[in-house]
Design a protein around this ligand. Structure first.
Ligand code: PA5
Length: 442
């Protein structure tokens, strides 16, 4: 379960102002609860932790077992934005960073960029592996995953034959519409649905996130339980509700103190993709109508040696939200050295995690002294249950926070702008007029 500590902001704000923003956040909480706010046809994510049927998880496990029986050792998950970041976050957080679990395929991601080198090098890996593909696109029309899928579909068909290809490709898309839906139906792929009322960035607890996480060998039942417990905890309308506190403090810092940037801080490289997932969630949900807090991130302690200088002494436009993990899953204790040439004997007998915790605490004090307010969001340790809780917490808090700011958190009209220009430049049929226009500007 997630805990929040906003005390690191207390010296920057007045208590009475905080109470005012708690009231505003509670009013926003009521809108989310009553489901009568803007974008209320996209609230399916709220009940996902208790809606996902056991039979669906069993279907995921049967795909995992079928692929294991075929000797599949590489699964390429094709998707972009909300159609990949949640799965990638969970797999990187829960998995071993260097050693693959025996009997579990390597899970890699494609369709999240248009880099030729990326695709060519991934193809090199596919050619030396026993490969299967999961293609994910809610709209079924997004260019990046569609391009990657065309390339890997052709490879799978040529390598394993057309009929076997339908056993090695799974599609996750809309129930009715989109090119991927048509293609999957025609080719006879096993398909799963992204519910109509769940937007891409809120879809990690649908097949979009759950199937790749099962394939990578993790326990989605525990993840859903963690999310369900967090949902229960957030169902209490109170000033102590952590989502209300988070929404209140970030809106106060932004609206009254001009803090335009929120830095999501992690102290474990396994959480770098949690930060990526969070950035999409908050960036796409709040950044519209000329409003919003710019979501940035750092992975410490690495970034204390790069971004640390700016955070300590640069423009005072930011606050930090630190993900605090109370206990490490592994322990590495620093040894003693008779000669002590590296002068590290003062650390002998201490764990690396203790050093990390002291770096975190020292940084907190330094940043607060330097004018950077800090909130802390804590979990007990990294595991499936706590990851489910953290997903649900930030999704719910995002709804509360965006409504506090007066924004519809569930649309993303701005992402169409680059696509129109790109289609015109790629001469997609139907974009002829825009092509003429755009060519005059370059
Ligand atoms: O949050 C969103 O809706 C977007 O970021 C989408 O997830 C992203 O654009 C991918 O869209 P699709 O799943 O339709 O390919």
């Amino acid at each position: 379960m997630v805990k929040i500590d906003v005390k690191g902001c207390n010296s920057f704000v007045k208590e009475s102002e905080y109470q005012t923003y708690v009231e505003k956040a509670l009013a926003a909480y009521d809108v989310l609860d009553a489901e009568n706010g803007a974008g209320n046809d996209f609230l399916g994510w709220k009940t996902l932790p208790v809606d996902i049927p056991e039979s669906l998880i069993c279907e995921f496990e049967s795909i995992r077992d079928d692929w294991k029986n075929k000797g599949v050792n590489l699964v390429i998950v094709i998707g972009i934005g909300g159609s990949y970041l949640g799965a990638r976050c969970a797999i990187e957080a829960l998995g071993h960073q260097f050693v693959r679990k025996e009997g579990v395929p390597q899970v890699v991601f494609a369709g999240n960029n248009l880099s030729e080198e990326y695709l060519a090098e991934l193809m090199d890996l596919a050619k030396t592996s026993n490969t299967a593909v999961i293609v994910i696109s809610k709209s079924g029309t997004t260019t990046e995953p569609a391009v990657a899928f065309r390339i890997f579909k052709e490879y799978i068909e040529q390598t394993y034959g057309k009929s076997e290809a339908s056993e090695r490709i799974v599609a996750i898309t809309d129930a009715k519409k989109g090119a991927l839906k048509t293609l999957a139906t025609q080719e006879g792929y096993k398909s799963f649905i992204v519910p109509d009322n769940v937007g891409g960035r809120y879809s990690v607890l649908t097949p979009v996130g759950l199937l790749p996480i099962v394939i990578a060998g993790f326990d989605v039942r525990a993840m859903l339980k963690g999310a369900a417990d967090q949902r229960e905890a957030l169902s209490v309308r109170s000033a102590e509700n952590p989502a209300v506190q988070y929404a209140a403090m970030r809106n106060l810092l932004h609206s009254e103190y001009g803090k335009a940037i929120e830095i999501f801080v992690v102290y474990n490289p396994k959480f770098t993709y949690l930060a990526e997932w969070w950035k999409q969630l908050y960036g796409e949900s709040e950044g519209k109508d000329g409003k919003g807090i710019f979501p940035a991130s750092v992975t410490n302690t690495a970034d204390l040696h790069s971004m640390g200088q700016f955070i300590q002494e640069g423009s005072r436009v930011m606050f930090e939200t630190v993900i605090n993990v109370e206990n490490a899953n592994r322990s590495v204790v620093i040894g003693s050295d008779e000669q002590n040439l590296d002068q590290l004997n003062y650390l002998a007998g201490k764990s690396v995690n203790h050093c990390n915790a002291m770096a975190q605490l020292g940084t907190k004090i330094a940043h607060i002294d330097g004018g950077v307010p800090q909130m802390e969001v804590s979990i007990e340790r990294i595991n499936e249950e706590n990851l489910g809780a953290i997903f649900y917490f930030f999704e719910f808090a995002c709804g509360v926070s965006a409504y506090t700011l007066g924004i519809n958190p569930f649309n993303q009209p701005g992402v169409e702008a680059y696509k129109k220009n790109m289609f015109a430049l790629l001469r997609k049929p139907g974009y002829e007029a825009q092509t003429e226009e755009i060519l005059k500007r370059i």
